[in-house]
Design a protein around this ligand. Sequence first.
Ligand SMILES: NCCC[C@H](NC(=O)CCC(=O)O)C(=O)O
Ligand SMILES: NC(=O)OP(=O)(O)O
Length: 311
Amino acid sequence: MKHFTSITDVEHPDALIQQVVNLKEQPQFSNIGKHKTLGLVFFNPSLRTRLSTQKAAQNLGMDVIVLNINKDSWKVEFEDGTVMNGATQEHIKDAVKVISSYCDIMGVRSFATLEDREEDYKERVLTNFVQYSSVPVISLESATLHPLQSLTDMATITASAIQRPKVVLSWAPHPKALPQAVSNSFLQWSPAIDAEVVCACPEGYELSDAFTGGITTMHNQEEAFADADFIYAKNWSSYDSYGATPAVEKDWTITVEKMALTNDARFMHCLPIRRNVVASDPVIDHSLVYQQAKNREYAAQAVLQNLLEDL
Ligand SMILES: NCCC[C@H](NC(=O)CCC(=O)O)C(=O)O
Ligand SMILES: NC(=O)OP(=O)(O)O
C-alpha cells in the first residue's frame, strides 16, 4: 500500500478488515516502526483519530509528532502562483515538503468547508499532501471520506459474526451542518463485507450517486429499521443543495422505541455524538460506540503496519 486515503488505495480490503479483526482478538506489539516517525497534521479537531493513531504507532515502536496547523502554525496558502502579500503566510507546497522531510509516514485531517461542492469533492488539501509529500499519506478524515473510520466499522460488524447482516445507515438530526464524509466512506467500504446495506434519510438528504450505487435508499426510517441487525447513525448535510440543512418534518432521533422495530440491532456511531439529538441516552449507553472507538486503534495499527512493510 502506497497511501491510505480511500478504499481505492487498498488492494485487498477484505484482507485488511480481517487483519483488524485479528488484532482486536489478539493485540500485537512489535518494533517494525522503531526509529521511524509518524507525523499527524490536524486542520480540524479530533479526539479518537488523534489518540488511536498515536497509540497504534506506539504499538509498532514508532515515534509520533503532531501539528495542529490552524492553531499552532502559519496560515496556509493553497492557490498556486498567487502573490502572497495578504493574510496567508506559508504555501501548502512548502509546508508539506518540510513536514514530510521529518517523517516516514504522514497523516492529515481536513474537513469539508460545505461552501462549494466542487471544491470539497476535489479534495484539495488531501491531494496537495499526496502530491508534495515524500512519504506515504494517511487520511485522518478528508472533505469527502473517512477511511480509517470505515475500516473500523467494517471490522466491528465483521467481528459480530452475524451472517449477512442487514445494516441501516440512518440519517439523524444535528444542530449543525456536517460533512458527508463518514457516510460516503461507510457506503464505499460496505461492499467489502457480506451485508445487506440500506440508507435511510429524509428527502433532500440523498448522498451522491457515486456512493449510493447498488444501495437502497429509503425515506421512511421506521420501515428501513425492520429486521435490521445494525443501525449506523450519522448526520450529514444535503449533497444536492450543498451544505444546506432543509427542514425535516418527522423526528429522526433514534430512540429505544425505534430500536424495538429492528432485529435486536446493535447501534453504531463514529462519535462524537450529540446525546438526545442524534440518539437518546439509553440507545447510546447500550451500543457498540465504545467498541468502535477502541477498534480505531487496531484499524490504524493495521494500516501503519502495511505502510511500514512497503516503505
Ligand atoms: N470524525 C468523526 C466526525 C467528525 C465530524 N463531526 C463533527 O464535526 C461534529 C461536531 C459537532 O457535533 O458539533 C463529521 O461529521 O464529519
Ligand atoms: N470518529 C472520529 O473520527 O472521532 P474524532 O473526530 O474525535 O477523531
